[in-house]
Design a binder for this molecule. Structure first.
Ligand code: HEM
Length: 597
């Protein structure tokens, strides 16, 4: 090991050992204060084994009741760490999975404490159940499970770039890649003290994603929830209510892709000029464009205020990424550190800006057709028809607006950047796409209706999202024992759906799964997949992405306008390095040579 690696190991021991232990102790004491009967049972056992004398290490291992209590405390209040990104949308920021619970879910968990304490901890229960059914994984290491390995895989994966190839699993989804390499497709890992089972059977995936009232999303880090809550993080009735209110707004809004994309192209024109090709890192420009689109579409006439809100969100996301890089300590966000104060300040500033816009709208006599206007309209219609309980509060509308920003921006810019990179490598497909675009629109302004009839561009976008899906995995969890045919998975387990692995699976797609072949989608998605759940970049079932059509339309408009004006190829300085930071991004940007047509 290098000195750096030794230091990293020490840091892991510090975090995994010190913070998780103190968190475990504090929750155990709280639970035992609440459940005096178990406190008495534990004391009886301790007094029986040690009397009032000094406990011997050997005998500590024989405390059965104490071990049961510690495992149950860990199950209810796990203190895991910076493990996985499972949701493509920033609101979840589930980098810090297996962390503390929200107040509401804590109250629910309290209720089951007594009933579940009969089991000797989740590890003891989980392992025989799933290994008996062919799932394999590492044996459980107390408190931090596979945390150390996961950290190492993640760091090693992105430490060097790769040759240009679409075989990106080792880099983009290193944890699943390594686990499945070692244990096979039916495998599991320990997210701290929580077991996480990898699900790769298309039928099981269909069932999990269809039954959204049975399989919930895993609880995220409460710090991350400061960023945005909204429909993507709600469950059951609250989720259904919000989805019903937001849906009409998405169907009626008029997106402003043309304006924002035009702004981006004007910037490229200034850099490239008329003579020869010029190198441009297109990645930051695509990010600005998609963020501009969402500011205009969400806040329309209040575009300037909208931009300010989103700038604050960007700042907040950076703080949150830093916060989630360390283990989450329950209650830590309430401590008035400088960092926490800054984050709270941003929340306050954002809310007052959004509230200002909303108040202005409420007083206006005419309705506006931006997302916020439509949302307010659909909300007040619902409240008029079914009473005020059925609508959203102003705070909830604010949260949904914040969510649109995170949901709508990074994901779509990722789709665009990988499409441009792939078309730079495959100039034959770039030419075919341009031919189609020029045939349908010439050099004129694309209209929305006809964007939907572009066949080649559509095939290319799907193939780009198959190989480089913005969200590389989805997560769900079991609240009670779940049965899938002969397979049974106990309660309290995370289900990891490695979306990227499904998109690259040679058993499903053939030996050429890693090759860019848009012709796979020449007869549509259902023909390409034969109706199986093996391609689902926007998720599946009732919780499928609300912005799916929006994103596809935006990507088509942008690709049409780019293809009309430019030809592009990889620059010699382009470095292929796909990397997952919540979503799948080009780690070193996208340096392309742009030539004006
Ligand atoms: C290429 C772009 C996009 C991709 C790949 C994508 C992907 C996804 C995926 C995979 C989910 C499901 C997550 C899960 O089931 O755990 C989802 C949900 C969602 N997406 Fe997107 N998304 C994109 C763009 C957008 C845009 C532009 C918006 C809005 C402006 C949006 C809003 C949402 C919302 C609100 C949900 C939550 C739906 C619910 O829980 O009912 N997405 N997205």
């Amino acid at each position: 090991m290098s000195i750096r690696e030794v230091i990293e190991e020490c840091k892991i021991f510090y975090f995994a050992g010190q913070e998780t232990n103190s968190s475990l102790l504090v929750w155990t004491m709280i639970l035992l204060s609440k459940h005096q009967d178990w406190q008495i049972r534990a004391r009886d056992e301790v007094v029986q084994v040690f009397g009032r004398g000094k406990p011997g290490y050997q005998d500590l291992n024989h405390l059965k009741t104490m071990s049961m209590i510690l495992h149950e405390a860990l199950r209810l209040y796990p203190s895991g760490g910076n493990i996985y990104a499972v949701d493509p949308h920033g609101s979840q920021l589930r980098k810090a999975e297996a962390t503390g619970r929200s107040a509401a879910s804590t109250a629910g968990a309290e209720g089951v404490f007594r009933a579940e304490l009969r089991d000797v901890g989740s590890a003891a229960l989980f392992v025989p159940t799933v290994t008996g059914q062919g799932f394999k994984g590492n044996s459980y290491k107390l408190f931090y499970g596979d945390f150390k390995e996961i950290r190492r895989f993640a760091t090693e994966a992105v430490s060097k770039p790769m040759d240009f190839s679409n075989d990106i699993m080792p880099r983009a989804l290193p944890i699943y890649h390594q686990t499945s390499k070692k244990h096979g497709e039916n495998s599991f890992a320990w997210f701290g003290p929580k077991p996480a089972v990898n699900i790769t059977d298309p039928e099981m995936i269909r069932e999990i994603l269809s039954k959204n009232y049975v399989f919930h999303k895993p609880n995220g880090n409460p710090i991350a929830k400061m960023l945005a809550k909204g429909v993507a993080s709600f469950e059951e009735d609250k989720w259904a209510k919000h989805r019903k209110l937001i849906n009409p707004a998405f169907h009626h809004m008029v997106p402003s892709f043309y304006l924002s994309c035009g702004d981006m192209l004007r910037k490229w024109d200034e850099i490239v000029g008329n003579e020869g090709g010029r190198e441009v890192d297109v990645w930051p420009y695509l990010q600005t464009m998609t963020s501009d689109v969402i500011s205009r579409t969400a806040f329309g006439s209040s575009y300037e205020e909208g931009r300010k809100i989103f700038e604050l969100q960007k700042k907040q996301a950076k703080f949150i990424m830093e916060a989630t890089r360390t283990l989450y300590i329950p209650g830590w966000r309430f401590v008035p550190t400088k960092f926490n104060r800054k984050m709270k300040e941003i929340v306050r500033e954002t809310e007052s800006l959004v509230l200002g816009i909303i108040n202005k709208r409420m007083k206006a006599t005419e309705s506006t057709d931006d997302l916020l206007g439509l949302l307010l309209e659909s909300n007040s219609k619902e409240m008029k028809e079914n009473g005020s309980e059925s609508g959203m509060s102003i705070e909830e509308v604010i949260e949904e607006c914040k969510l649109f920003y995170f949901a709508g921006q990074e994901t779509t810019s990722c789709l665009l950047v990988w499409t441009m990179i792939l078309l730079s490598k495959h100039e034959d497909w770039q030419n075919r796409a341009r031919d189609e675009v020029l045939q349908v629109f010439g050099k004129g302004k694309p209209n929305y209706q006809e964007l939907n009839h572009l066949k080649i561009v559509n095939m290319i976008l799907h193939e780009a999202m198959r190989l480089y899906p913005p969200g590389v995995m989805l997560g769900r969890c079991t609240h009670k024992e779940a049965r899938f045919g002969k397979i049974s998975i106990p309660a309290g387990v995370q289900l990891v759906i490695p979306l990227l692995a499904m998109h690259h699976n040679t058993r499903l797609w053939g030996e050429d799964a890693a090759i860019f072949k848009p012709e796979r989608f020449s007869e549509g998605v259902s023909k390409a997949t034969q109706g199986r759940v093996m391609y689902f970049p926007f998720g599946w079932g009732p919780r499928i992405c609300l912005g799916q059509n929006f994103a596809m339309l935006e990507a088509k408009m942008a690709m049409v306008m780019i293809l009309q004006r430019y030809s592009f190829k990889l620059s010699p300085s382009y470095t292929h390095a796909p990397r997952t930071v919540i979503i799948l991004q080009p780690q070193h940007g996208a340096h392309l040579i742009l030539t004006k047509l």
